[in-house]
Design a binder for this molecule. Structure first.
Ligand SMILES: [Zn+2]
Ligand SMILES: [Zn+2]
Length: 393
């Protein structure tokens, strides 16, 4: 047996003995391919070389005829048939490796790396997570303040009962796609980029269905209704999402289910407006109530509150009721209720009302309030200033 300079013994490359069985060789190759896989060692050219070297070794040792020839002649045996230069019998193109052995080492990644697309052999592409679903939950402000349970009723795709998700007619199984070797992925090298695309023959499934299941027409899925109770925490706000993990559609090739996202929508309340944890409302009172002070009951989200409006309350004044707002959804600390006082001026007056207000007006002329007085003085100053500037012209 001859050895070539710079070329390692194939048994040494795979770390197996000369008498290793086909199974041992396969296992050793899978281990090496997994460790040096370009997906895991991006930019590591030494790992890529080891990956190519292992593929080359496996290519020879997995074929009984080639193995025999190698055992007898050594590396020299293959330099003629596969071209000279560089790696001799080796693989120059990763694409060739994935094309030839993708299904042998591919399924190593299914379990370990999870999610996303990718190649996977040993029966099909890598498992992918199912689609997530989205729905809206309508709450009123009271439900948002105290939390509640809501039942979501939706339709989602489930694995077909008849074919158990395979899409194949009862008694048949999907056949492995010959084009991609069952990996569902085709790898192309373009310059520096290694592009991985779903196989166009099997549409990324890795399998081809010859006889379709009649129930699902080969899709492997069936829409089914389901209902789910969702617990809404106290204090949720408009646009928040409550996620029910694993309540989406089932994954492909044994992958996990997607999630169910419930977006919270809160109906407008007739009295309260929400601003984070605070609630705002406006209460109209009459001029005399504002002047003399009053009390009245305002409704809260739970029960009522006797609101005290002190004498002399000004229009637009805000009374703060601490802790009567919304709870914060994380801390559950409650915000405030802010009551804005609106003083209403009557549009129509009875004869008696007119009489009294006129009486009030007469008194006001004699007793001008300090606030009003300063306003009148400012007004007078403005007129005087205006006249002066007129005179200067
Ligand atoms: Zn079916
Ligand atoms: Zn295919």
């Amino acid at each position: 047996m001859t050895t070539m300079p710079g070329k390692r013994d194939y048994y040494e490359v795979l770390g197996v003995g000369k008498s290793a069985s086909a199974d041992e060789i396969k296992r050793a190759y899978r281990k090496s391919a997994a460790a040096n896989h370009p997906d895991r060692n991006q930019g590591d050219s030494a790992a890529e070389e080891r990956f190519k070297e292992a593929a080359e070794a496996y290519d020879i040792l997995s074929n009984p005829e080639k193995r025999q020839l190698y055992d007898r002649v050594g590396h020299e045996a293959f330099t003629q048939s596969r071209g000279r230069g560089g790696g001799g019998a080796g693989f120059q193109d990763l694409n060739d490796i994935f094309g030839q052995f993708g299904d042998i080492f591919g399924d190593l990644f299914g379990g370990q790396m999870g999610g996303g697309g990718g190649r996977r052999g040993g029966g099909g592409p890598r498992p992918t997570q199912g689609d997530s679903l989205k729905t809206r939950l309508q709450l009123d402000l009271r439900e948002a303040a105290f939390g509640c349970n809501k039942t979501v009723e939706m339709t989602r795709d489930e694995l077909c009962d008849t074919c158990d998700g395979s899409g194949a007619k009862a008694g048949t199984t999907p056949a492995r796609c010959d084009f991609c070797g069952g990996s569902g992925q085709v790898v192309q090298q373009q310059g520096f980029f290694r592009l991985q695309r779903p196989c166009h023959v099997c549409k990324g499934q890795g399998t081809i269905i010859r006889d379709r299941c009649a129930t699902c027409t080969g899709t492997g899925r069936q829409p089914k209704k389901f209902s789910l109770d969702i617990k809404i925490p106290a204090g949720v706000d408009e646009g928040m999402q409550i996620v029910a993990r694993g309540q989406g559609e089932p994954g492909e090739h044994g992958g996990p289910r997607g999630d169910l996202y419930c977006e919270v929508q809160i109906k407008k309340h007739p009295l309260f407006e929400r601003d984070g944890s605070d609630l705002h409302c406006t209460v109209p009172i009459s001029f005399s109530q504002a002047a003399l002070g009053t009390q009245f009951e305002i409704p809260l989200l739970d029960g009522k509150h006797l609101l005290e409006i002190p004498a002399g309350t000004q229009p637009g004044e805000v009374l703060r009721l601490r802790g009567k707002g919304m709870p914060h959804y994380q801390t559950q600390r409650k915000g405030d209720l802010l009551v804005e006082v609106q003083v209403e001026v009557p549009r129509k007056l009875s004869g008696r009302q007119q009489e009294l207000i006129r009486g009030l007006a007469e008194i006001e002329h004699k007793h001008v309030s300090p606030h009003r007085k300063s306003f009148l003085e400012k007004l007078k100053d403005l007129f005087v200033a205006g006249e002066e500037s007129e005179e200067k012209k």
